[in-house]
Design a protein around this ligand. Structure first.
Ligand SMILES: Cc1ncc(COP(=O)(O)O)c(C=O)c1O
Length: 454
């Protein structure tokens, strides 16, 4: 597509450097500009309607039409548009949001530290954990273990925690972060049974701790389901083994719930779906249904007890930590999720329907695997559906499916050869059928391009 075809595109090219964008390519091609959204649909500048199979950026679990959240933000802006939470001051609504979060979190969490984003929340995890061990008199416990392919955000610290090589190449990361493998059975599992593979990958954590020395390791951080890394759904054996290792080796466990939190996996948090008990939980995105920037860390009593055991200011925070308008949006979002029983209802109906309908694509000749949980899933594009061979070099197969899907009215994302989708939980069955129909068209066009009959 040529650039500069609309006045907005001209302005865009002239002034706007986009996140995670190839600047050279972007100068030469049109930007897809969206101007309106309703329910689960987004509308392009040209008026084209697409199903948003990505809930914005894994944020809008309740879709785009939630007047109660809009109203709460407006009311807050008319009452207390801003006040800070520094130096033992607070905005009333920030305190109320802290309580709302505690009410829906697992029992070990009675406190929250607010940030504006998931990245800042993961930076905060590092600060909290280092302070915790300093106060415990274990100052050497500083090393974080994470996973290859993990996404924990884009600040230097969060990017270092993450496992994206492309990001690590562009800056010098933190020296105290180590990475282990991810439980990606499709690419790494070979001929192994899934359960056996889950245990094997989890044991990489034990081996890494032993290599570094338990006395030097602070925490293990992971997403319940690795999202931006391609929706890597762990085998059922994985999390119990990870949890066991963390307890046995005295390592803190951080669950990054930025994508999985607020209903995506069928529970309030992914850790509940997988049955493990983290010491810290990172959240952002769907906490406000994406309508306001808000993130934070749920901090367990075990950690708060130590943090509060000695004096000395915790020298960390952001001007907008717990911004009133964002907290008002968060309270309204949690109210809707709770009062309308959105998560329970979705877990009973639309989530199993979505997963079942997606699995009908397992027999498509270019689908190697369908994996997913709740309202998040991925299709692995492959040469055929019984082998793990790639359809085309450089993940061109995945990229082509994504382009055809968008051209046919469905927003999805490609991560390597995985086609990722995480639609809003408020989809109807008919809308899931439409999503599958559009995805099938994209698969058929791609198969045809590679001479594979459907
Ligand atoms: C699991 C996870 N953690 C952290 C982040 C970073 O959040 P933010 O973009 O709000 O900084 C993301 C963003 O996609 C994420 O998926």
């Amino acid at each position: 597509m040529n650039s500069n075809t609309t006045p907005l595109n001209k302005l865009d090219k002239a002034h706007f450097l986009h996140p995670f964008t190839d600047f050279k390519e972007y100068k030469e091609t049109d930007t897809a500009i969206y101007t309106k959204a309703e329910h689960i649909y987004i509308y392009s500048e040209e008026g084209k309607q697409l199903i948003d199979g990505m809930s914005g950026l894994w944020c809008c679990n309740l879709g785009y039409s939630q007047p109660k959240i809009n109203e709460a933000i407006n009311n807050q802006l008319n009452t207390l548009p801003f006040y800070n939470n520094f130096f033992q001051c607070a905005a009333d609504v920030s305190v109320q949001m802290a309580k709302a979060l505690v009410d829906i979190s697992p029992a070990q969490f009675n406190h929250v530290f607010f940030t504006n984003s998931g990245s800042e929340a993961n930076d905060t995890n590092i600060r909290l954990v280092h302070r915790y061990y300093d106060l415990l008199g274990k100052p050497n416990k500083k090393i974080f273990i994470s996973r290859h392919g993990a996404y924990h955000g884009s600040t230097i610290a969060a990017g270092s925690l993450g496992g994206f090589d492309g990001m690590h190449k562009q800056y010098t990361g933190l020296s105290y972060v180590e990475h282990i493998g991810q439980p990606n059975w499709f690419t790494e599992g070979g001929d192994m049974d899934k359960g056996e593979f889950g245990i094997k990958v989890a044991q990489e954590l034990a081996a890494k701790i032993d290599e570094i020395g338990e006395e030097n390791v602070a925490a293990f951080i992971a997403e319940p389901i690795q999202g931006a890394g391609g929706v890597i759904v762990p085998p059922s054996t994985y999390w119990p083994e990870i949890s066991r290792i963390c307890k046995e080796r005295d390592i803190l466990l951080i669950s990054d719930e930025v994508i999985c939190g607020f209903g995506r996996t069928g529970d309030w948090f992914g850790a509940q779906t997988y049955g493990y008990e983290p010491d810290l939980m990172t959240f952002a995105k769907a906490v406000t249904n994406g309508y306001q920037p808000l993130g934070g860390v749920m901090v367990s009593d075990k950690i708060v007890d130590v943090l509060a055991s000695d004096g000395g200011e915790f020298t960390h925070g952001f001007t907008y930590s717990g911004h009133p308008a964002a907290c008002a949006a968060g309270i309204a979002t949690i109210d809707i999720l709770k009062n309308e029983k959105v998560i329970e209802n979705a877990a009973a109906d639309i989530m199993p329907y979505f997963q079942a309908q997606l699995r009908t694509l397992e027999s498509h000749p270019i689908v190697g695997e369908v994996r997913g949980m709740g309202m998040v899933a991925a299709l692995e594009i492959a040469k055929n559906n019984s082998a793990k061979e790639r359809l085309a070099p450089d993940c061109a197969g995945g990229a082509m499916v994504k382009t055809h899907a968008i051209n046919h009215g469905l927003m999805v994302r490609s991560v390597g050869d995985a086609i990722v989708t995480a639609p809003p939980m408020v989809c109807t069955r008919e809308e899931i059928d439409l999503l599958i129909a559009r995805l099938t068209i994209a698969l058929d066009y791609t198969a045809k391009h590679y001479g594979i009959s459907t």
